[in-house]
Each structure stands twice: as structure tokens, then as C-alpha cells.
Design a protein around this ligand. Structure first.
Ligand code: ZN
Length: 475
């Protein structure tokens, strides 16, 4: 008994010390390690495989919409950053600057990209000439750097991986439409690939992207009731087109500015799924992104025929496209069970001499921690259908928790108690002063505005509400 318990006790208690639980889980399951420069992280193979799965699923969705991939340089002339006034102001404190290279001081300092709006704007200014060039829709998968004071793996690090899509349209309506379409794409992705419920909506002026006309966000509720911004889309209007001369000759022969939009998700999504689905035993990974979807643990593996049976089952499952691992290391089955449970593998198959004799396999579901027996002859279909049930269960469970923990508030004190365990839905007059007061009073921010506006009064000043807002404490 002691061995299993010792293993679990290596992770802090999820209910009483969630921050430590998170740190323990990401380090002990070997998703990440800390880099030598403060605020940087090394994404280890088990973590990077999750990112590759996210990337593959997301990339296919972009391509299906006609977006193409490209790559833009890491270094951006400092002068680019200052061309859009709000943009430079928004990013100034987080920007890392290269001042020396090749053994000499540079004439113009170079910015390590915190986002590529400016350099892509510059290139689009060169490439867009006629209405025939529009829309221009590119995406890049890359790293960006934003200097951070307090950092946590996947949630906030100085350098992280992401995708940033940037499009130019002839009309503002088309660019706005795409901004919302990409938000819906992210939402569908979160639901079906990460099995994660989200709230989506427009951000307030205070929370919007530096230089955008409108920002939309996707927010997910974490195990502790805090919010994690998991994706954003931005409608820029003509701000960047004017700053970078993105102009085209229209059908009527007139020279006009384009309208731009951008959208991004990052390795934060990995943090989001850890903190949405994880439990006392560690990670619980959604099958679509799990690096290992099925682990086969041989029971009495030295007995004749056991390993062979495991290998042949593994082959059968792999042929259906599943990611399968056979753990034939010399650790005890109990040790292996704990290890793979902590690593969040959706299904564990146990196969021993008795199972083989009876033509069955025992399957342990990581989401419910329940075991069941399947017929060995029907393993392919039965395992596929179980993985489907895991996805449904993970989503349903997280959705129920989120719904139960969104409470309405009419006063600041109601808001304060609400954000201690979840999200608050409240009216807001639209004044920055009230938004600031909520932050000061409850350490909560406006996450997104609800499309359904039905709260009559501002939670702060009591005046007529212009919007209904989801407030939460956020990562
Ligand atoms: Zn107010």
C-alpha cells in the first residue's frame, strides 16, 4: 500500500494548495523544466508532444479556411514599434531590445518580437497593391518574447510559442466578420480538441490589445475558479494599415487603406488544459492531444505469451491511428499504474495470463478512475468508443463546474464573494472608473462582455448598465 500512497503524496494537494499542485504536476510529469535565464522554460518531449498535437489540429482548421503559413523575422526595427502610438505604449514595458551585435553597437536598436503586427504590417504595405491582392491571410507559428517579472510555466513566461494570424481585407465588415469567425474557430477547437468549455465575447477598452479597434477573448475557468485567457482575436480597423501604408487600388481606381485583423493562441493552452481537467492524482489529458492515448501494462510480463499478446494488441490499436505505448519496463505494475495516471494517459489497458485465457482486457479510464472489461476480439472498436466517452465526460464535467460557479452580482460585496470561487456576471455602466474600482476592491478584471445583456445596473456605481460582463480573477 505504502508505495502507491508515497507516489501520490509527491504532488501537493489540489484543493488546499493549487499553485503548488500545478508546479509539482508540470515538473514531475516532465512537461517542462526551468530554463537557465529567469522566466524562461524548456518544453520537454512530453509537453512538446501536446503542443504538436494542438498545432496539427489547429493548423488543419486554418488551412481549411484558406489561411497560408509563412515566417517573419524575430528581430524588428525599433522604429516600427513606434509607428502605431497605442501599440508602442502597450508593449514598451515588456519589450526586449538588442543593442549590440557583431561586436559593435547597432545604429538602430532591434526589438525581439513581442508580436509581429508591425513587421507584418510593413511587409503587407509592400505586397498589397490592388484589390486583387485581397484578402491576404497569413499565419505564422513562432516564438515571441515579453519580459515578465513573475513567471509560471505555460501561463506566463518571457518566451513562449504561439501562432499569430494576420489578415488584410478591403472592407471593415469583412475584417470584422473574420475576427468573429476566428473566435468561433477557437471556441470549437477548445470544445472538441481540448474538451474545455469557454466563454467568448468582446473585451472592454481597458482589456483590449494595444492598437486594436476591438478585441475578443476566449476565457476558460480553471480548477480554482480563476480565469485563463486562452485565445484572442483583434479587429484593427485601419490603425495598422495607416501606420504601415497598407493601401490598394480599388476597382474604381481609387487608392484606399485596407482593414486588418489578427488572432493568436499560445502554449498557454497547455496550462489551460492542465488546470481544467487535472485532479488529485495529476494530469488528465484529453484524448485528442494526449501524447499517449493508450498505455498497455503487461501483468506477470515474464509469463510466456504475455508480452507477445501485449505487442500484438498494441499493433492492432496503432493501426487504427491511436498513439499507444507498451510499458514493459521492469517496474512493478502498481508503480506503472501510478506513473501513467500522474501523466494523465486517458486509457490504461491491463493484460495478463488470465485475461488472455479469457479473451478479455481490463481498461482503466483516467477521467473516472473506473475499470471495465472489454472483449479482446473487439478491442479496436471498444477502445475507440471509450476514448470518445472520455472526451464527452471531460467536457461535461468541466462545463457543469463552470456553470455552477458563475454567479450573478448586484453589489461589490456580492462580486467579491463570487470571484473567490468562480466567475461573476454583473452589470457595468461602461465607465473605466468603475472597472478600475472592481479591480481594486476585488482583484478581479472584466474578462469578456456577455452577448446577452440583461443585468440592469452597474455593480459598482448602481447607474444603468450598458453591458453585462463576466468578472473574474485571472492568471
Ligand atoms: Zn458604474
Amino acid at each position: 500500500m505504502a508505495k502507491n500512497d508515497q507516489f501520490v503524496s509527491q504532488i501537493a494537494d489540489i484543493e488546499t494548495d493549487f499553485p503548488q499542485w500545478y508546479t509539482d504536476v508540470v515538473l514531475k510529469t516532465k512537461l517542462v523544466d526551468y530554463g537557465p535565464v529567469k522566466g524562461t522554460m524548456v518544453i520537454r518531449p512530453y509537453g512538446y508532444a501536446i503542443w504538436e498535437n494542438i498545432q496539427r489540429e489547429m493548423d488543419a482548421r486554418f488551412k481549411a479556411r484558406g489561411v497560408e503559413n509563412a515566417y517573419f523575422p524575430l528581430l524588428i526595427p525599433m522604429s516600427f514599434m513606434t509607428k502605431e502610438a497605442e501599440h508602442v505604449e502597450g508593449f514598451a514595458p515588456e519589450v526586449a531590445v538588442v543593442t549590440h551585435a557583431g561586436g559593435a553597437k547597432l545604429e538602430e536598436p532591434l526589438v525581439v518580437r513581442p508580436t509581429s503586427e508591425t513587421i507584418i504590417g510593413h511587409m503587407y504595405g509592400k505586397w498589397v497593391e490592388s484589390w486583387r491582392d485581397l484578402p491576404l491571410r497569413l499565419n505564422q507559428w513562432c516564438n515571441v518574447m515579453r519580459w515578465e517579472k513573475t513567471t509560471r510555466p505555460f501561463l506566463r513566461t518571457s518566451e513562449f510559442l504561439w501562432q499569430e494570424g494576420h489578415s488584410v481585407y478591403a472592407s471593415g465588415e469583412e475584417a470584422e466578420e473574420e475576427t468573429l469567425a476566428m473566435l468561433r474557430l477557437y471556441e470549437e477547437f477548445a470544445k472538441t480538441v481540448l474538451c474545455m468549455p469557454v466563454l467568448t465575447g468582446r473585451k472592454t477598452e481597458k482589456e483590449k490589445f494595444a492598437g486594436a479597434a476591438a478585441t475578443y477573448g476566449m476565457e476558460a475557468m480553471m480548477h480554482d475558479g480563476k480565469s485563463l485567457q486562452s485565445g484572442t482575436t483583434h479587429y484593427m480597423g485601419q490603425n495598422f494599415a495607416k501606420a504601415f501604408g497598407v493601401q490598394y487600388t480599388d476597382k474604381d481606381g481609387e487608392l484606399k487603406y485596407g482593414y486588418t485583423m489578427s488572432y493568436g493562441v499560445s502554449t498557454r493552452l497547455i496550462g489551460a488544459l492542465i488546470m481544467t481537467h487535472g485532479d488529485a492524482r495529476g494530469l488528465v489529458l484529453p484524448p485528442p492531444v494526449a501524447p499517449v492515448q493508450v498505455v498497455i501494462v503487461p501483468i506477470a510480463q515474464k509469463k510466456e505469451g504475455v508480452l507477445e499478446a501485449c505487442k500484438s494488441l498494441g499493433e492492432r490499436l496503432r493501426k487504427t491511428g491511436l498513439r499507444v505505448t507498451i510499458d514493459d519496463s521492469d517496474n512493478s505494475p502498481g508503480w506503472k499504474f501510478n506513473e501513467w495516471e500522474m501523466k494523465g494517459v486517458p486509457l490504461r489497458v491491463e493484460l495478463g495470463p488470465r485475461d488472455i485465457e479469457n479473451g478479455v482486457l481490463t481498461v482503466f479510464r483516467r477521467d473516472t478512475c473506473e475499470k471495465q472489461e472489454l472483449l479482446l476480439s473487439e478491442a479496436e472498436n471498444a477502445v475507440a468508443s471509450l476514448l470518445g466517452s472520455v472526451c464527452k465526460e471531460l467536457y461535461a464535467r468541466a462545463e457543469k463546474r463552470m456553470r455552477e460557479r458563475i454567479v450573478p452580482a448586484n453589489t461589490l460585496s456580492e462580486l467579491l464573494s463570487g470571484v473567490e470561487g468562480g466567475f461573476v456576471r454583473a452589470g457595468w455602466c461602461g465607465e473605466r472608473a468603475c472597472e478600475d474600482k472592481v479591480k481594486e476592491f476585488a482583484q478581479a478584471t472584466a474578462r469578456v462582455m456577455d452577448e446577452t445583456h440583461d443585468m440592469p445596473f452597474c455593480v459598482c456605481c448602481g447607474k444603468k448598465a450598458k453591458h453585462t460582463v463576466f468578472f473574474a480573477r485571472a492568471y
